[in-house]
Design a protein around this ligand. Sequence first.
Ligand SMILES: C[S@@+](CC[C@H](N)C(=O)[O-])C[C@H]1O[C@@H](n2cnc3c(N)ncnc32)[C@H](O)[C@@H]1O
Length: 530
Amino acid sequence: MSQVDEVTGALLEVTLAGTSTVPSADANLEDAHVTIGATVPTGFEFTAAAEVEEKLGCPCKISKDRGKIYFDIKKDRLAQVHRLRSVDNLFVIVKEFSDFPFKETKEDALKDLGDLAEKLPWESALSAWELNNSLKKRKKRKKPGYPGKEKKQPVTVSGAETPREEGADTEQSRGSLERESLQDEDSVEHPREEGATDKISEEMQDSPKTLPSSVAEGQGTQNPDKEADTPPDSEGKDNGTASGNVLKFRVTCNRAGDKHSFTSNDAARDFGGAVQEHFQWKADMTNFDVEVLLNISYNEMVVGIALTEESLHRRNITHFGPTTLRSTLAYGMLRLCDLQPSDVIIDPMCGTGAIPIEGVSEWPGSFFLAGDNNKQAVNRTGSNIQSLLRKHQSPESAPSNLRIDAVHWDISSLPLRDGSVDVIVTDMPFGKRMGSKKKNWDLYPACLREMSRVCRAGTGRAVLLTHDRKCFIKALAKAGHLWRKVHTVWVNIGGLHAGVYLLKRTSFDSTKETQRESQLADPAPCPKDE
Ligand SMILES: C[S@@+](CC[C@H](N)C(=O)[O-])C[C@H]1O[C@@H](n2cnc3c(N)ncnc32)[C@H](O)[C@@H]1O
């Protein structure tokens, strides 16, 4: 028995009844448990785990592979899983291998991966996928006239979706760049044109995809890589079988680790070929029903099936800006400051409003004020608030009254009373796409000073995100009498290493600040020696 056979020995007990794709009756039971995997913003794994435990009441495992969590749930709770605020992408696990014996030679390693396809216990995960299809809302992105963002042909890229440790050999297989680039677009300081407007329209899926009761026979194994060169429609012959019913699939491989003898492309291609042979599905890189995930991190491997077509972080924003923050990251930042129902919360540099909009959606009892010195940004925030209002107003419901406003202001002189704000959560200009590092040397100290004036002394909190750590730490050192650093969460934002700083407002009276400053600038003369 080979090492792989040993590892998968337990799986052999699962009879897959030839190549049938029909889940067994047992696997269809909605109270059966499945393991869900979720990608989350790196650095916020513990926040995500806490949310799962709080909202679903189940323990959560944080993966060694950064940016992922796992938890077991009953299948009938899938809808609740989609309502989690800290998860980007969801998948159901087919099988997890904590120590997969990857062979040394490429040929042997790929053969093992290929051999695995028919041994895996697919049924339960596939029935969860099917159930998920009947539940989920499909989000379709439309990008009117947005240049340079057409659907990309998949290529081999390094995986930023699940950022890895420095120096690790990471990559993502063919067919998965698209989702990765979406993440970068939505991240801070991401490359998006000013004025570009993305629309997300939501629609319930009219005809949920189901596993076919019969599958096409006689389709030859096809290399999913080659599928990209061959439009699926042109292959409509399907050997005269139930072509309408044949599922289309792709395999996406995320790989981290420098000891593998194969690339993620190799793994996706060979495993994909075996999956196709096993189920007689049809490979399609872009227009697929099932996305099989092969997540390899060093000697760990997880085979899963995607439950989301696009990241859930896009939920709130209809009018994007150049540096729109992911809603999942905004949620993580907001959660850090222990919001209370009566709190007044401001985002003084709101951009498109991702933070306060996420805030008002999840903490409707608090009051949110968003402001920016850029009128276009304030308008976009206003449009995003309007979209949220429309979403909240179904024809049957009374008009919602969201406790949020957007204002045009400058952070160095906020039109707010002293001590009138409980919490400040903001994403500061990094000085790369937004502003400049030079300007930050004036902006950051001014921010901390004005924020300390409006924030309640003694109890106020601030959560500030920046990539310009050097400038921030210097500014904070000068404002040490006003702000105390409690905690830093390190996050990866589109490949940039950034800090989320949780600060507590000291009880120092900020009205004495001017007096203190002038004392520091003009120290009392030293008494002269007599
Ligand atoms: C990194 S972006 C914030 C992005 C935002 N979180 C979003 O989701 O769109 C920083 C914002 O700070 C704003 N800003 C820069 N200097 C400012 C100032 N002096 N007063 C107020 N806003 C300022 C910029 O206009 C920009 O919208």
